[in-house]
Design a protein. Structure first.
Lengths: 361, 296
């Protein structure tokens, strides 16, 4: 009986290791891929794909720093990636396993180098801007025809916000996105991190906080699409997805996205492989699959974000490649800025300030 | 020997599931933040032998606890959590007691069914039920549409993302924990006591206050603790239903841990939360013990 049990255990262990070899676990942002791609990946490679989602960089970062997350591919934003690389959370990519690297777009690679020098640890998945989504009709109803829907005036001027609070405003619950915007509104360098700059940003944010219904980083997609709220300060593609969902539901809600004319934050979501990934080979296979021009185009066509893949551009639908909210034209591109990560001390000031903005304490 | 083994089982349970995790958290609360994996120092280096252990303990200090006193955010969050827990315990009692009373007064053949109905919500995931409340309470949600249709209100009420929504969520979620102990106390009550009270000239109302309530006291106390203790540390309900103004220690803890990546301070917050909870837990234990003695 005992030997029998032993064989069984050994058999189970063997089975587990076989299953393990054919499995890749991906941890990506919510609403961030065309799910048909996931099935396609499994069919093409025979690798089982386990796909989980998150909606905040902080959540991902905690998993990365704790270690043993069990994921093979994760998708942090540039500033977070940089810090996690320093903490030793990722492994260098094996370029020999990534022939599709040739498809990548130099213009984007140059920008992501500031987070990942030499792009040794990561590839760009999507990039976009942080800006203003509006329910056009409701906002015009409240503020009149000439409502400043593409200006930070809309969300940081208390007079406008007081009126908008009737129909509901959501802000991202991400201080690293909101503070640069507040600093831009105050006419300061969005990358400032000293206490004086934070105090200024707090002043701007606190003045409008009473009119913000919620700080949340994913609920606004549905809320905007359903007409529950009329303004969201959020990520470009998420708002464009809300626009699409509203159009599909044909509920009379017309959503529009604008990168603020005063300047908008440009961010990069990078795919990387954790240092303790159980199956780095399969992870490379997944990255290479994603970098395939047609696959990457399918993802962008679905989520309405620009990608860092030059070769994919010929497969993009007009709605995506010709929309300056997604692929900005030269003049908008000049208005975009990037920021660097917060060091621990400044991070604490930032979070504390964010808590006091949100709770009034 | 057998007796010893019997006692050892719950104690092993306590050591494995409470004491060891607590010691780990306590250790982290005495460490310092670092940009590493895991993000705190010092790490215990057993390969360095005795020297390693010594330098490990030398690096621990109470700095994080001192830090908690420098910022009024923390005690405000503890107080606000206590307040929310107190109010929602009271509300749950007000809603739960009549339900438990009605159940205990119903015909005996109905009781198992009613009991089943109270427990039934547990068959659905807690998270999904809280999400359902978001759909009910939203501005364009079921409740507002219903009230608008009735003509009771002209403008949708903003309930979601306010403290009201948090109270609704907590009362809804914790109601069974209040009902069950009160029900079991009331069910055991001898009806002839009420008859005796009425025979002796008590009105039905005063019989309720003088007989029923005192006899269900233990059920009320047990129910209140079962609600109060977990609500203080509640995180899911305030973060889903609450608004930006809802300050609770569970959320502060989340922020220390996730936003600041400051595991040491987050651990210090957790240790203090535990110390705060120890008082009601001890009171609860005492009450249970008294009850057992009274019955024994």
């Amino acid at each position: 009986m005992k030997t029998h049990l032993l064989t069984m255990t050994a058999g189970a262990a063997l089975l587990a290791s076989i299953a393990h070899a054919d499995e890749v676990r991906v941890y990506n942002w919510s609403d961030y891929i065309d799910e048909e791609l996931l099935t396609k990946f499994e069919e093409e490679t025979g690798i089982d794909l386990i796909y989980d989602v998150f909606d905040s960089n902080e959540l991902l970062e905690t998993k990365m720093l704790a270690g043993g997350s069990g994921y093979d591919v994760v998708v942090p934003t540039g500033t977070f990636l940089q810090r996690q690389i320093q903490a030793g959370a990722f492994q260098k990519l094996d370029e020999s396993k990534l022939p599709n690297l040739d498809n990548m777009w130099e213009a984007i690679e140059e920008r992501t180098e500031q987070y990942d020098p030499g792009n040794e640890y990561s590839i760009n998945y999507m990039w976009g801007t942080t800006g203003i989504g509006v329910n056009v009709n409701k906002v015009k109803e409240v503020l009149g025809e000439d409502a400043p829907i593409s200006s930070l005036e809309l969300v940081f001027n208390p007079e406008n916000m007081e009126k908008l609070s009737e129909c509901g405003v959501h802000f991202l619950d991400a201080p690293t996105e909101m503070i640069p915007a507040a600093l831009t509104y105050a006419g300061m360098d969005p990358d400032l991190k000293d206490e004086e700059a934070l105090a200024k940003a707090e002043e701007v944010l606190s003045a409008v906080r009473p009119y913000v219904q919620k700080f949340h980083s994913s609920e606004y997609i549905n809320a905007l699409a359903n007409g529950d709220i009329c303004v969201a300060f959020g990520w470009s593609g998420d708002i464009l997805q809300a626009r699409d969902r509203a159009a599909e539901a044909d509920n009379g809600v017309e959503v529009a996205y604008n990168a603020p004319t005063e300047g908008a934050l440009m961010w990069f979501d990078q795919m990387a492989i954790p240092v303790d990934a159980p199956n780095p080979d399969a992870a490379h296979t997944f990255l290479n699959f994603i970098m395939d021009a047609e696959n990457m185009a399918a993802a962008s066509n679905y989520v309405y974000y620009a990608n860092g893949n030059k070769a994919s551009q010929e497969f993009l639908i007009d709605d995506v490649i010709n929309d300056t909210a997604i692929y900005p034209d030269e003049s908008t591109l000049e208005n975009l800025y990037t920021v660097t990560p917060f060091p621990p001390r400044e991070q604490r000031n930032l979070t504390r300030m964010w808590t006091s903005v949100k709770s009034g304490t | 020997m057998r007796r010893f083994l019997l006692i050892a089982v719950p104690y092993l349970w306590l050591v494995a599931l409470f004491l060891i995790p607590f010691l780990i958290v306590l250790k982290i609360s005495l460490s310092d933040i670092a940009l590493a994996r895991p993000p705190y120092m010092p790490q215990l280096d057993l390969s360095a032998g005795w020297e390693g252990i010594r330098s490990f303990f030398a690096a621990l200090d109470f700095e994080n606890f001192r830090f908690l006193t420098t910022d009024d955010l923390y005690w405000k969050a503890y107080l606000s959590s206590l307040q929310i827990a107190l109010i929602s315990t009271l509300l749950t009692l007000l809603v739960g007691y009549p339900i438990a009373y009605a159940m205990a007064r119903s015909a005996p053949e109905w009781r198992p069914t009613l009991l089943m109905l109270v427990i039934l919500p547990f068959w659905t995931s807690f998270l999904i039920r809280v999400y359902a409340w978001m759909g009910i309470l939203a501005n364009e949600g079921l409740l507002n549409q219903f009230l608008l249709w009735l003509g009771v209100i002209n403008e949708p009420l903003t309930i979601l993302n306010t403290n009201t929504a948090v109270y609704i969520g907590i009362v809804y979620t914790y109601l069974p924990f209040m009902i069950l102990p009160i029900y079991s106390a009331l069910e055991r009550m001898d009806d002839s006591l009420l008859e005796a009270a009425e025979d002796l000239g008590c009105s039905r109302m005063s019989a309720f206050w003088l007989v029923t309530i005192p006899l269900s006291k233990n059920g009320i106390i047990a129910g209140c603790f079962l609600v109060f203790i977990p609500v203080i540390g509640e995180f899911v309900i305030p973060s889903l239903l609450g608004g930006s103004g809802t300050l609770m220690i569970g959320k502060v803890l989340w922020e220390e841990f996730f936003s600041n990546r400051d595991w040491p301070v987050a651990s210090a917050v957790a240790v203090i939360l535990l110390l705060i909870l120890v008082i009601p837990i001890i009171l609860f234990q005492r009450n249970e013990q008294k009850q057992r003695e009274a019955e024994g």
